[in-house]
Design a protein around this ligand. Structure first.
Ligand code: PLP
Length: 396
């Protein structure tokens, strides 16, 4: 007898529940701001990727409304048939100019960008070497290709070099890394990685989802931070869904990259183009970050302040150097309990355990934004102090 749908659903859900991995997301009752309402409670929000406060920014909302009025609610088709609006092309030119790259293409999300670009670029006989902590969308994107896949130890240029020495090919060699790692808040050592890649004739592919809008001049990203933005052997992909406040993804690099992706990237070919309001918000975001330098200043002032104060209270922020600020608890139960207690004190920060992060390194991940005031951060720090003491994580 075959399995019924009810049996399948119940069995899967019970197994998730038993292993403590069943997710039930908290619900925001207001826009995603630094202070918002979650499950009916007023909170300081340390859980978003809204680095620049763009998710609810007046300039973005105004442009979104303008594009909505002028261009309608939907693009009406996939890009290759009849869905390429003038505003899509303008946004791509704007991204290429901002990133200092020969071309750029916009896709629907960071997730589909990795699937689209890796799927379009790599063939059988190619070699791809990926950081062990790379994002799930890179892993899924690589599953779509017939290239030979190897994994190097996290941020370890020597291990990358070892693999490049052991595995040679006449095909394309691609080194794939996140720019900023989403769980630890550390930076890929791009200077070392690109040097090793170049020595072996490999191209470097940087997923800068958490670096774009955060690193480099005016948030141009991690590749800009390390001075590789004009390089033809570096591909930048990323999301428009985090710092940029909307939803979408981009790939930027070599002048011919865009043309190839238009022809080969399957999400581009088979999924309807981004909605006009989203395109408007993103166009305004790129202008706003360059018009208002205080956004980046506040993001980094807040980041430095929050990290220093957490350390002063005795917390381990795991050497993070970006606005992503993990606080180590070790065991998942401790991280989840701390998150629950923080929430009771009006602080929204999510606990993460295995398999999202390695065993023994369960943590709460905080993301500081430009929108947080000193009061918001002090409120959060006060709550951390109380919770750290009550759980015996920090000294009384
Ligand atoms: C968040 C993230 C993505 C996915 O981006 P979306 O636009 O949310 O789909 C891809 N890569 C990395 C490294 C990310 O952190």
């Amino acid at each position: 007898m075959s399995t019924s749908l009810s049996e399948r659903l119940n069995a899967e859900l019970s197994s998730l529940r038993e292993s403590g991995l069943l997710i039930s997301p908290r619900v925001l009752d207001a826009a995603n701001r630094a202070r918002t309402r979650v499950d009916g409670r007023e909170v300081v929000n340390l859980a978003s990727n809204n680095y620049l406060g763009f998710a609810d920014h007046p300039a973005l909302k105004a442009r979104a409304a303008e594009y909505l009025e002028k261009w309608g609610v939907g693009a009406g088709a996939v890009r290759t048939i009849a869905g390429t609006l003038r505003i899509h092309e303008e946004l791509e030119e704007q991204i290429a100019a901002f990133k200092h790259t020969g071309s750029a293409l916009v896709l629907h999300s960071g997730f589909t960008t990795n699937q689209g670009v890796l799927g379009a670029l790599l063939r059988e006989g190619d070699l791809v070497i990926s950081d062990e902590l790379n994002h799930a969308s890179i892993i899924d994107g690589l599953r779509l290709t017939k290239a030979t896949k190897k994994v190097y130890r996290h941020a370890d240029a020597a291990d990358l070099e070892r693999l490049l020495q052991e595995h040679d090919t006449d095909g394309l060699k691609l080194v794939v890394t996140d720019g900023v790692f989403s769980m630890d808040g550390d930076l890929a050592p791009l200077d070392a990685l690109v040097a090793v890649a170049r020595k072996h004739g490999a191209v470097t592919y940087v997923d800068d989802a958490h670096g774009s809008g955060v690193m480099g001049e005016s948030g141009r990203g991690t590749v800009h931070h390390f001075g590789f933005e004009y390089a033809d052997d570096v591909i930048q992909v990323g999301t428009l869904s985090k710092a940029w406040g909307g939803v979408g993804g981009y790939a930027a690099g070599h002048a011919n990259l865009r043309q190839l992706l238009i022809n080969r990237a399957r999400p581009y070919l088979f999924s309807t183009a981004q909605a006009p309001a989203t395109v408007g918000a993103l166009a305004a975001a790129l202008e706003e970050v360059q018009r208002d330098p205080t956004l980046m200043e506040r993001l980094w002032d807040n980041t430095r302040y929050f990290k220093a104060e957490l350390a002063r209270l005795g917390f381990d922020t795991m050497g993070s150097v970006t606005p992503i600020t993990p606080v180590l608890f070790g065991e998942p139960a401790a991280a989840f309990e701390a998150s629950r207690r923080l929430f009771e004190q009006g602080v929204f920060a999510v606990g993460l355990g295995f398999p999202t992060v390695p065993r023994g390194s369960a943590r709460i991940r905080n993301i500081v934004t430009a929108e947080h005031t000193r009061d918001d951060l002090d409120h959060a720090l006060q709550a951390y102090q109380t919770v750290g003491r009550s759980l015996g994580v920090t000294a009384a």
